[in-house]
Design a protein around this ligand. Structure first.
Ligand SMILES: Nc1ncnc2c1ncn2[C@@H]1O[C@H](COP(=O)(O)OP(=O)(O)OP(=O)(O)O)[C@@H](O)[C@H]1O
Length: 292
């Protein structure tokens, strides 16, 4: 059994088909990134997985349970960080965590949750005085309170400064290392590429690309770019290139080998390939090539 199983999931909002029969699985301890442009259907998928909305078609299972029918059991074992948090603005950070602890079975100590989220110094600050990124950190602290086996993180690092993002990545990695299964959405593709071992890209309610992060990227072509030397006809180069201004761009399955071929060719003619850059495929390349 996989920890998260989504099979043929369909969900409409007032007649609008937000999710159109998607399927994917996430194994225990895996970090899975659900990617896509605004409105692709990511939050809808998370809300169905969290039991906030009922699937119209297909089925979802979390820890082998139905998130709607087995809501109470699922809630105890799952941590959720949605995009919009409902905090009480007049409570302090510490009071907010204490309030949530009262509703959580076997919660972490307050200070441990604050430390994990990097909020120790803000313990006495009222929620209304927190910055946007600090509110996200409070959200994270609350999602982690019950030592969840599964975490749903909807854009967890939006608004965080670079240090807070890096700290959050470390927390997410640690939790996954301890066996927590994590499904996250993000618009930061570098974040997804660094963190996730598997991913799916959604577009208009369907999955347009999915698989292991490393394998999927390895199957994409990388690129070699350089300044086209003066008086060289691109057609004379040993590999096909596209030309953009004075830049030549060579798409290649093995960009290291392509660079070698181009440099050897240039050396044989006494030419320099100025500004040569070799870059493997990035998630951004895959993303932009996948969504319409
Ligand atoms: N309650 C609702 N009523 C009507 N339409 C909705 C509702 N919730 C979502 N939608 C629509 O469903 C589509 C998918 O929304 P969803 O929030 O799942 O997208 P998303 O991929 O999470 O986007 P974002 O990256 O902007 O968070 C959007 O077109 C949205 O307007």
């Amino acid at each position: 059994m996989k920890t998260i199983e989504v099979s043929g999931l369909g969900k409409s909002h007032q007649g609008f088909e937000a999710v159109k029969g998607i399927s994917f699985e996430v194994a225990q301890g895996e970090i899975f990134a659900l990617l896509g442009r605004n409105g692709a259907g990511k939050t809808t998928t998370i809300e169905v997985l969290a039991g906030f909305q009922r699937a119209d078609k297909g089925s979802v299972r979390v820890l082998g349970l139905d998130p709607v029918a087995d809501r109470a059991a699922v809630r105890q074992r799952v941590g959720i960080m949605l995009q919009e948090a409902g905090f009480f603005p007049d409570l302090t950070v510490a009071q907010t965590v204490d309030t949530w602890r009262d509703f959580t079975a076997a919660p972490r100590p307050r200070d441990e949750a604050l430390e994990l989220a990097g909020l120790t110094a803000k313990s006495g600050t009222r929620v209304r005085q927190l910055s946007g990124g600090e509110k996200r950190r409070l959200d994270l602290a609350l999602a982690l309170l019950g030592r969840p086996e599964v975490l749903f993180l909807d854009e967890p690092t939006t608004g965080m400064d670079p240090e807070a993002r890096a700290r959050t990545w470390a927390v997410i990695r640690d939790l996954a290392g301890q066996g927590t299964t994590i499904l996250l959405t993000t618009h930061y593709l570098d974040e997804a590429q660094r963190l996730a071992s598997t991913m799916a890209i959604m577009d208009a309610g369907t999955i347009v690309a999915s698989g292991g992060m490393a394998e999927t990227l390895a199957a994409q072509s990388g690129r070699v770019t350089f300044r086209l030397p003066a008086h060289v006809d691109p057609a004379d180069l040993p590999l096909p290139v596209t030309v953009d201004g004075d830049q030549a761009i060579c798409q290649a399955q093995d960009p290291d080998l392509a660079a070698q071929t181009l440099l050897t060719w240039a050396a044989g003619r006494g030419l320099r390939l100025a500004g040569l850059e070799v870059r493997p495929a990035t998630l951004e390349d895959l993303f932009l090539g996948s969504v319409r």
